[in-house]
Design a protein around this ligand. Sequence first.
Ligand code: NAD
Ligand code: ZN
Ligand code: ZN
Length: 352
Amino acid sequence: MDIGTKSAKTKTMHAAVVQEFGKPLTMMEWAIPVPGPGQILVKTEACGVCHTDLHAAHGDWPIKPSLPFIPGHEAIGIVVGLGAGVTIVKEGDRVGVPWLYSACGHCEHCLSAWETVCAEAQFGGYTKNGGFAEYILADPNYVAHIPKGLDPKAAAPLICAGLTSYKGIKETKAKPGDWIAISGVGGLGHLAIQYAKAMGLQVCAVDIDDGKLAHAKKLGADFLVNAKDGDAAAAVAEGTHGGAHGVLITAPSLIAFKQGVGMTRKRGTCVLVGLPPGEFPVPLFDVVANCITIRGSFVGTRQDMAEALAFAAAGKVKVDFELQPLSAINDVFDRLEHGKVPSRVVLDYSHA
Ligand code: NAD
Ligand code: ZN
Ligand code: ZN
C-alpha cells in the first residue's frame, strides 16, 4: 500500500481516507503517487460511490483492507503519467480504474478468462488506493477503456455497478423472453433493470422503498414488488407465473437473499451479488427438489467491462446520477447507509 507520506518537495492531492473502520473518512493532503515500472498515473475526473465502499470503510468483510486507505473503484480519468515499459495506454487516454485492479495473468482462472477470482488479484479502493482522490495509480493491463462519446461523470458508475449487474444477469443464464427478478433497485439495480430490458428479459423489480420502485417502473420494469408488503417470494411467483427464471440479488440485506431463493423458478438460477456481512439460511429441500442453482458473481472480467460499456455507448443504458464534491463523502456515505441515495452519487473532480 502506498502511504502518502509527505516531504517538503512532494506534490500533494486531496484524498478522502479511511483511517479507522466505522469512523468518518478524513479529508487530507496525500502525496501524489509516482507511477513505477508497469504502472500509470490517472488524474481523476469522476468516481462513483458504491455500497462496497461503505462495507470497506466499515471493515465489514472477513478480509479487510490495511489502514489507512483511499476507497473508490468507479473512477474515470485521464492518463497523465506512464511508468517504465508501459505501451498499451498513452498519456491523454481516458480510462476507468475498477475494483479488479490487477491479477496474476497466468493462473488457471486468469488463463480461462476468470481473472476476477485470481488468488493474486488486487482490488481498487481496497487493497490498492482508489478514486476518492485527485490522482490514482493503475495497472494499464486492467483499466477500462472508455468509449468516445461517454461523459466520464455519467459513465463512472458503469465501472462497477454497470459491470457487476450486467455480468450478474449473464450468470442467471436467463434467455430473451424469460423473467428476471432484480432485488434492490439502487446503484446496481437501476442499471440491472436497463441491461435486462436491453437483453430482452421481462423484469420484476423488488425493493423496500416505493420511490425506488417508482423509478424502476420508469426504467422499464414490467412488475414491481415491495418486499415490505407481505410475502415477496409469493408476489414474484404470482407476477411471473411460477417464479423468475433468473434472480439477481443486489440488496445489501440478508433477508433479501432468502427471499430471492424463494423467488426462483424451478430449474432457475439465483445470482448473489449483494455483500452484506453474514450468512443466510438456504431452504435445502426447496433448492434440491426444484433443481435451483444458487451462484455467486463477483464484478466482471475485462471482456464483460467492454460489453457493459458498449451498451451505454449505444444509448441502451443510462446512469441516473447526482454529482457531489469529494468533501461531501461522509454525508454521501450516511445517505447510502440509510437507503437515501436515489441511484448513484458521483464525485465530481472537474473543479479540482
Ligand atoms: P445501494 O445502496 O445503492 O442499493 C441498495 C438497494 O437495495 C436500495 O435501493 C435499497 O432500498 C435496496 N434494499 C435494501 N434492503 C432491501 C431488501 N430487503 N429487499 C429489497 N431491496 C432492498 O447499493 P449498491 O451500490 O447497489 O450495492 C448493493 C450491494 O452490492 C452492496 O452490498 C455491495 O457491496 C454489493 N456489490 C457487490 C458487487 C459484486 O461484485 N458482487 C459489486 C458491487 C456491489
Ligand atoms: Zn491469476
Ligand atoms: Zn462497487
